[in-house]
Design a protein around this ligand. Structure first.
Ligand SMILES: *Cc1c(COP(=O)(O)O)cnc(C)c1O
Length: 389
């Protein structure tokens, strides 16, 4: 064995499909091209001021400088429970059914360590946020991929999961409103998932990072609103996208008591919780003035409308999403995701993400993140006009 020979779990990592585009982006940037980056799902607007002020106050408090409690401050977990009751009509016990996270990605990555043994299966959507598959891999499990395709409105077709797979599955990951497809799910889909999970004894992990980023009066449901959901499931939330707090690292998991206990046991042996001053800021986000969320939603609505219209005028097929700050655009006839992405970068200086980077069934699409000001989006569209596909 060579010194620093990598462990199997690292060798098994899927190829990083954005490598080529990252290289080209750097190359084009070096030439001095004014790049418009619609690639990353990271809000461009600052964290609302009242949340920053709460952090400033909390940071002066010496009690906050010490190790936080593993499962999160009581006040933070109570704020989460209150928010769930008001927002979704779901009751949670703040002590047993809420865990604070160093961002929801952390919780999603650690969750399989608590419930997957080598040889176990996790049901993982594709295309998807990569951490569901990678968390499974790191726990020694295998992913069974559930394709999300247009004909099924980007919901997994549970009937397509073979009985032998369902019987070995321990976890099912789902995510609505969805990244990268921007699809939404209604309560009746969640009810089907609950029935499936009950039948096969599968823990459902719902990633709800985008429930608050919804437009035109659409209200995204929590998985826990489905009757019986708490018996089989847990839900992961993030303050990152809703409150422009990606850099702060705060999120939370809620739901089944045994699920929280398992996740908490893994976490208490790996990390030491979220900086309390950041949790205080989180409390302010959840309990304070929420007009900031409405204002940001308004900004994304405008951006979405400009971009959807402009893309359609340029001949692209795109559905106007009800939620998330993504557009899932069909590539023109005769092109692959990589080819279109490369042309947009080389000829227009516009960065978008090739759909296949999120998994095989993402081929034939590219994702646009609405994380630039509308003037920049208009500029991107102007540059697109000159291109012919
Ligand atoms: C951004 C994102 C997350 C991670 O959010 P953090 O709380 O910042 O870790 C989780 N899930 C999806 C689908 C995301 O797009």
């Amino acid at each position: 064995m060579k010194l620093f020979e990598k462990a199997e779990r690292l060798k098994q990592l899927p190829p990083y499909l954005f490598k080529e585009i990252d290289r080209k982006k750097a190359e084009i940037k070096a030439k001095g091209v004014d790049i418009i980056d619609l690639g990353v799902g990271d809000p461009d607007m600052p964290t609302p001021q009242h949340i920053i002020e709460a952090m400033k106050r909390a940071i002066d408090e010496p009690a906050n400088h010490r190790y936080p409690s593993y499962s999160g401050m009581n006040d933070f977990r109570e704020a989460v429970a209150r928010w769930y009751r008001e927002r979704f009509g779901v009751d949670l016990d703040p002590e047993r059914e809420v865990v604070s996270l160093i961002g929801s990605k952390e919780g999603l990555a650690h969750f399989p360590l608590a419930f997957i043994d080598p040889g176990d299966i996790a049901l993982v959507p594709t295309p998807a946020y990569p951490v569901y598959h990678i968390g499974t891999l790191f726990a020694g499990g295998e992913s069974f991929f559930m394709p999300l395709v247009s004909k099924n409105k980007y919901l997994p077709d549970l009937k397509e999961i073979p009985e032998s797979v369902a019987e070995r599955a321990r976890i099912m990951f789902i995510n609505y409103p969805n990244n990268p497809t921007a699809a939404v799910a209604d309560l009746s889909f969640f009810e089907q998932v609950v029935a499936f999970a009950r039948k096969y004894h599968i823990v459902v992990c719902h990633d709800a990072a985008y429930t608050e980023m919804a437009f035109d009066g659409y209200r995204a449901p929590s998985f826990l609103e489905a009757p019986g959901a708490k018996e089989v499931g847990v839900e992961f939330h993030s303050l990152s996208k809703t409150y422009n707090m990606t850099g702060w690292r705060i999120g939370f998991a809620v739901g089944n008591e045994k699920g929280m206990e398992g996740l908490g046991a893994i976490k208490s042996n790996i990390d030491s919780g979220v900086f309390q001053a950041v949790q205080m800021a989180g409390i302010e986000a959840l309990q304070g003035d929420t007009s900031c969320v409405r204002e940001m939603t308004q900004v994304y609505t405008e951006r979405r409308d400009i971009m959807v219209q402009g893309l359609r005028d340029a001949g692209f097929h795109v559905t106007s999403p009800k939620a998330t700050f993504y557009l899932w655009v069909t590539v023109p006839e005769g092109y692959s995701s990589a080819q279109v992405t490369t042309r947009l970068l080389e000829e227009a200086g516009v960065v978008v993400t090739p759909g296949n980077g999120f998994g095989g069934p993402g081929e034939g699409y590219f994702r646009i993140a609405l994380t630039q000001k509308k003037e920049r989006l208009a500029e991107a569209l102007e540059r697109l006009k000159g291109m012919r596909f």
